[in-house]
Design a protein around this ligand. Sequence first.
Ligand code: FAD
Length: 478
Amino acid sequence: ARTVMWFRRDLRLADNPALLAAAGRLGTREPGAPGDQREVLALYVLDPHLLSRAGAPRRAYLHESLRALAEAIEDAGGRLAVVTGDPVVEVPRVANRVGAEEVHVAADFAPYGAARDDAVEQALTAQDRRLVRTGSPYAVAPGRVRKGDGEPYRVFTPFRAAWLDHGWRAPVPAPDGVRWLEKPRGAGGAADGEGTRALAARPDVDVPEAGEGAARALWEEFLDDGLDRYQQDRDRPDLAGTSRLSIALRWGEIHPRTLLADLTRLGQDGRRSSGMHDGVASFRSELAWREFFADALWHTPTSARTSLHAVVPEDAWVDGVDEDAALEAWAAGRTGYPFVDAGMRQLAAAGWMHGRVRMVTASFLVKDLHVRWQRGARHFMRHLLDGDLASNQHNWQWVAGTGLDAAPYFRIFNPVTQGTKFDPHGDYVRRWVPELRDVPGAVVHEPWRLRETPAGYPERMLDHAVERKVALDAYGRR
Ligand code: FAD
């Protein structure tokens, strides 16, 4: 029998249950058990609808990641077929061409992906073929963790407790000896074909190394050198205190189940330092946030666009605000608040921003510049290599005070005190804002205190103390 493994947000071979299922190996203890003669075609579909939203950095990263996946499949004797078009048309077409009875995927729970999969399933069924969903990008699939009365959780801490209780399956082995099918004629270009090459055009960012090998290496380095200090350093953008695995998790180059299994092993090792045990708990908790937000988006798909709690009106919420001008200065990293500007410039140059700074820049846009969270979220989605609808939109809602278990509206980040606390020597600002490179120490967070503003750096576009009050008044009126 033949099957198609349709890769989407799972660009890896290791710990990939859908791939094992495609190869007929899920649950079989002996790889290559006699009688199982499945051949697997590896497929990726470049969907113009998704690509148009992705932004150049994300498209360039996808290009690199597909190349790494194609190489891994070629090393194992197969070929990755890459086709461009609407999956509802392309997936049945390829399945038909190779005579596959089943198309295997990891389930997609985001609004577009879930609807697309239902449509693909219908088209396959009409041809007497099957779409088989195995696993998801999460340790626990959205919708599974529920309160006793069956309702979804709306508060994080009890969700996390129930999620931990629910547990997850162990990682599955890499499928050695899969009988990969050679890419048939007409099944689409290779991973370095025209369609994928177009992805790489003008990314304007330094795209980090992609692929499951790079993801695994990043994780091992973090386990060796970061996890025992994670609890202590994770809020410090001037230190490399976090894992930077968000990009690999976004593309499924590594699965959270793999990470959680390593964390469990370390957490059970009594010889480890208390820093390591704190790191284990804290990292696991961050992964739980990722799953909490995916669960929220699945239950309420409209939350990608609409506030869950209408504390902020959906139109401009402070009279007279020129959202376009505000957004432009913020996006260019020219607000005159160095910690905010450093974050926005890191985003533009690296396609990634430290999590603490994401909170501060988002808060600045919503509460100091009075711009709707949706506009900031859209900008982030266009630039972040890890841009993920569930994590991005719900974190924005958290900051705006409109989301699940959100920051209370009166919590307004002060960009100067956040800077001096989490970038105490100013190294992060100097790294990303070259105009301030010669300003020593923490005063770099308040260039207006210098005798002269450094050449080329803008004056503050607003006074935080004043805008904070405007925001509080506007929220208070609601
Ligand atoms: P680590 O500290 O090493 O954390 C490990 C993993 O836990 C991360 O890779 C991520 O998968 C998960 N995680 C950590 N914090 C959060 C969080 N607050 N919410 C959800 N998952 C989390 N994360 C994205 O993956 N994609 C996004 O589009 C995204 N947009 C964001 C927008 C805003 C306004 C804010 C405040 C946060 C956003 N985050 C997003 C969450 C978080 O900032 C990043 O996941 C994190 O900074 C990535 O760095 P890391 O991998 O080194 O994190």
